[in-house]
Design a protein around this ligand. Structure first.
Ligand code: VG1
Ligand code: CO
Length: 541
């Protein structure tokens, strides 16, 4: 065991989910070590604790795990449970923490951000409920990064992460587990696998794009080996340290090859993709892309068709920028609908308190009370269960949702790597205008309410302020402005556009034209171009 003298680091306050930095920053001497020690200190030490450790397989995953294990040993942890090869998806970590009653877990991932020596790395801590660290814990970890003086690490050789079974580092036990088995069993307990197997046996076809990221082994085992989907259903199914040089973000831009298949001749019945760490999902039918907000609404409307949710839902929650489609479904079901700040950590209390069963975000995250993270494959399996029960196509299910509840046209525009001062100036400008906006007319739209979202947690009473600027217009339009908390360079401005349409003859328009008026109003209000010099977004989803 060694105690190494060290200095405070520019840890930066961990963002929407953990700390993300360029890989080169994490590889600086003592950087990872300082952050890991700060994390251990921030959770009041790991003495006699059991931790789950795993990551999405990106560059530096395995080397970082060896350091974390030796530090856990030197800090007195009783045991670490590690995915074979260092691999565990985010939802699989969440499940393992809960299943094994561990004290917490460390997930090595920068999620959908690219991986590699010149790309991004990340580390997040999840607590004993399996969910992301709360704001309070995050603040404590951050505080330690600014005052840290020493870290502890055990000497010794690397351990073999490939060999399933038990080893020791000093007096700490290390158990290497199959990353897929427990997760697959959980999925089998939630869904009607026999029905889904029968669906595939009847000729139903699917493509699942694992994007060279962590869900490959999970999707092979569950979709192909267990449910009988044809070999080749899973594409890009082997995790790669650089995600095949790609950007493992499941949206129509970065999963374009899947989109081309789904909109091409001979498209399969169903398509889906997941992200770097396996917590996001994209759903697309034959020629029918489903926005994540609409997906949450459909799943809410039909979840009772799957065994785990047959008695109905306690309630649902969505992040504030997520479209209000699910609110309309929840209202018709007579269940509660909560609006939380962006990021999964805010759903944890609602799930733990039994107030909600399903949660979702516009950024392709959907999940339920089976774990405390969003869960990409879970969402895909719930869709499959619903398709198997209803025998409808994805396009039919969408048309049904829209004709019953109206359609919330939706789009997010991202402006990436904007200079931070300019992005902040834009937000400050908007903030200053808020008090005088209600009742005014912007372009062709009349403002109903304008505010900056603050969240009062109904369970623990904590307040989270400055969670995005939202402007609601008469006639069902809304725009939200926020700065990303997951980027590693400059600022990313996100503009979220929404327009509700209930006229039967306007339910199948191009989203761009349905959103034209609210987009114009958003640009006028924010003075985006004048304030930042930007005109067109980098990514539109
Ligand atoms: C983004 C998404 C947010 C999500 C977060 C983490 O955050 O907008 O909805 O919870 O990523 O997801 P931001 O602050 O950049 O908008 V993941 O899959 O990266 O863990
Ligand atoms: Co993710």
């Amino acid at each position: 065991m060694q105690t190494v003298r060290t200095d405070p680091i520019d840890g930066q306050k961990p963002g929407t989910s953990g700390l993300r930095k360029k890989t080169a920053v994490f590889k600086r001497p003592r950087y990872l070590e300082n952050y890991v020690q700060s994390t251990f200190d921030g959770i009041d030490g790991v003495q006699n604790k059991t931790l789950v450790v795993g990551g999405d397989g990106r560059f530096f995953n395995d080397a970082a795990i060896q350091i974390i294990l030796r530090m856990a040993a030197a800090n007195g942890a009783a045991k670490c449970i590690v995915g074979q090869g260092g691999i565990l998806s985010t939802p699989a970590v969440s499940h393992l923490i809960r299943l094994r009653k561990a004290d917490g877990g460390l997930i090595l991932s920068a999620s959908h951000n690219p991986g590699g020596p010149d790309a991004d790395f990340g580390l997040k801590y999840n607590g004993a409920n399996g969910g992301p660290a709360t704001e309070t814990v995050t603040d404590k970890i951050f505080a330690r990064t600014t005052e840290i003086e020493t870290y502890r690490i055990a000497a010794g050789d690397d351990i073999d992460l490939e060999r399933i079974g038990d080893t020791q580092i000093g007096s700490m036990q290390v158990e290497i587990v199959d990353p897929v088995a427990d997760y697959a069993e959980l999925m089998g307990s939630l869904f009607d696998f026999a029905k889904i197997r029968a669906l595939f046996a009847s000729g139903f076809t699917m493509r699942f794009d694992a994007m060279h990221a962590v869900t490959g082994p999970y999707a092979h085992a569950i979709l192909e080996d267990t449910l009988g989907a044809a070999k080749g259903t899973v594409m890009n199914g082997v995790p790669s340290p650089t995600f095949g040089g790609g950007h493992p973000d499941p949206n129509p831009i970065w999963a374009k090859s899947l989109m081309d298949i789904m909109y091409g001749a001979d498209a399969p019945d169903f398509g889906a993709a997941s992200d770097g760490d396996g917590d996001r999902n994209m759903i697309v039918g034959r020629g029918a892309y489903v926005t994540p907000s609409d997906s949450l609404a459909v799943l809410t409307a039909k979840a009772h068709l799957a065994p785990a949710y047959k008695d109905g839902l306690a309630g649902v929650a969505r992040s504030m920028p997520t479209s209000r489609a699910v609110d309309r479904v929840a209202e018709s079901l007579g269940i509660g609908c909560f609006e939380t700040p962006t990021g999964w950590k805010f759903f944890g209390n609602l799930l733990d308190a039994g107030k909600v069963t399903l949660c979702g975000e516009e950024s392709a995250g959907t999940g339920s009370d089976h774990v405390r993270e969003k869960d990409g494959l879970w969402a895909v399996l719930l869709w499959l269960n619903i398709l198997a029960e209803t025998k409808l196509s994805v396009a039919d299910l969408m048309a049904d949702l829209w004709s019953t509840h109206g359609r919330c046209y939706y789009s997010r525009h991202d402006y990436e790597e904007v200079e931070s001062e300019k992005a902040n100036a834009m937000v400050d400008g908007l903030r200053a205008k808020l008090p005088s906006l209600a009742g005014s007319t912007i372009g062709k739209l009349r403002v109903e309410t304008a505010d900056e979202f603050a969240y009062d947690d109904p369970v623990d009473g904590s307040r989270s302020s400055n969670q995005g600027i939202r402007i609601v217009f008469k006639g069902g339009a809304r725009v939200v402005f926020r700065l990303s908390g997951t980027g590693t360079q400059g600022a990313t401005i996100r503009i979220y556009l929404e327009q509700l349409v209930t006229d039967a003859d306007r339910l199948h328009m191009e989203p761009e034209s349905a959103l034209e008026m609210v987009r114009a109003a958003a640009l006028q209000l924010s003075e985006l171009t004048a304030k930042t010099g930007w005109v067109d977004p980098d990514v539109v989803t």
